[in-house]
Design a protein around this ligand. Structure first.
Ligand code: ADP
Length: 201
């Protein structure tokens, strides 16, 4: 079975992905795929260089992320052009990884699954990791380099809690939940979705 895993920043999505991997699922990390595509020699670099110019490429041949982030933030058309290059490559690589996976459950970890809409037809279920915005803020502010303004910017660029929940087949409320309890919830979901039941730690 193929499922989509999503959640707002700081929801605990990556933590849940780790537990799902532990349960025996194969995780297809679309963020990691996107990053790999824009490293030196990455499959997206020729098209990016052609469309945006060499000034968006670092000396070693990677995407200049800061520069591209600034452009995409202020210029929606540029953002779309970048997505038109990246999205088909991300999808192709994610599907190739899913094909190659030898696991009862394949999990597509997609931060913007609800926002983009192109993943829903490819998965049997959508699992949303949910928590309050206050908790998201508190968790993300623990990360080095994150200010309240940067967190608010990230939150504003993502779907609301309500929109995400409305798109979900299953929701894990990761709020005031000890990590061990979160792990148990994930393990029982994984078992329900085809992974062998794991013995408790
Ligand atoms: P996301 O991938 O959704 O941005 P993470 O899984 O990285 O979120 O979680 C954000 C932070 O919150 C991490 O430091 C993680 O360890 C912590 N965290 C998540 N869920 C819990 C929980 N139930 N209890 C304690 N800490 C948690």
């Amino acid at each position: 079975m193929r499922i989509g895993l999503t959640g707002g920043i700081g929801s605990g999505k990556s933590t849940v992905a780790g537990f799902l991997r532990e349960a025996g699922a194969a995780i297809v990390d679309t963020d990691a795929i996107s990053r790999a595509l824009t490293l030196p020699g990455g499959a997206a670099m020729p098209a990016i260089t052609e469309q945006f110019g060499a000034e968006f490429v670092t000396a070693d041949g990677a995407l200049d992320r800061d520069r591209m982030r600034a452009l995409a933030f202020s210029d929606t058309a540029a953002k779309r052009r970048l997505e038109a290059i990246l999205h088909p490559l991300i999808t192709a690589e994610a599907l190739a990884q899913a094909e190659a996976a030898r696991a009862p459950l394949v999990v597509f970890d997609v931060p913007l699954l609800v926002e983009s809409g192109r993943w829903r037809p490819r998965v049997a279920r959508v699992l949303v990791i949910d928590c309050t915005v206050d908790t998201q803020r508190a968790r993300v502010l623990q990360r080095p380099g994150w200010t309240p303004a940067r967190v608010d910017g990230a939150l504003a660029a993502q779907a609301t809690r309500e929109a995400r929940r409305a798109a979900a087949d299953a929701v894990i409320l990761n709020e005031e939940l000890p990590l061990a309890a979160l792990r148990n919830e994930v393990m029982s979901l994984a078992a329900r979705w085809g992974c062998e039941t794991m013995t408790p730690p």
